[in-house]
Design a protein around this ligand. Sequence first.
Ligand code: HPA
Length: 249
Amino acid sequence: MKTTAIIGGSGFTQISSIKIIEQKTYQTPYGSPSSACSIGELYGQKIIFLARHGNPHTIAPHKINYRANLWALKQAGAEQIIAVAAVGGITPAMYPARIAIPEQIIDYSYGREHTYFAENSESVEHIDFTFPYNESLRQQIILSAQSLKLNIQASGVYGCTQGPRLETAAEITRMQADGCDLVGMTGMPEAALARELKIPYACCAIIANWAAGKSTGEISMPEIIINLDQGMADTEQLLQQFFLTQTSL
Ligand code: HPA
């Protein structure tokens, strides 16, 4: 049974079913993480929860200290990480309020502190990142969804943009031509840093809206909030089921 950390994204700043035992604030060689780690319990298992954008939600995607966040989770004892993230849907299967468990990433972000190997060039390690998400963890999440009969998309390529603005329609057309199914702003460097720290990592992406140009009109915040609420309720159920099945591992 591995200690699991959840990184909560927009609209997912806590999990109501977790009994929080303590809040621990870590300092790291890379500065302060976005929030304290909430350490709690679900079905008798330790869970660590970190709010990616802070609690309350104040840190923009390009300003998140991803290195400190992942380091703090490692310090807290995380042995696997499920990252919950709001995304836009690009391809037809990725419709709003649905959950996707992506399997690949294309990184369009820039200027972020994206590696732990920046300071000491004598020990640069070129991590293998062919498959950016941990496949066994992905499969466990997918199985949990299937046992709940949740209609999730068990695949997808996540394109990570810089934000905080949303994309232009032409940018989304280009991303689709590149092979992206989903667009979000926080998937990188988070996934790569987890790999550098050798922590299995998978993403539970909640589709908040059609990406720019994929529906008529502008992307509206009220629409995003309604879809996120639905996706969040499903995600909470999914995580509970995930933890329930972990107890038998
Ligand atoms: N683009 C980028 N990030 C997002 C979106 C989007 O349309 N929706 C939610 N996060």
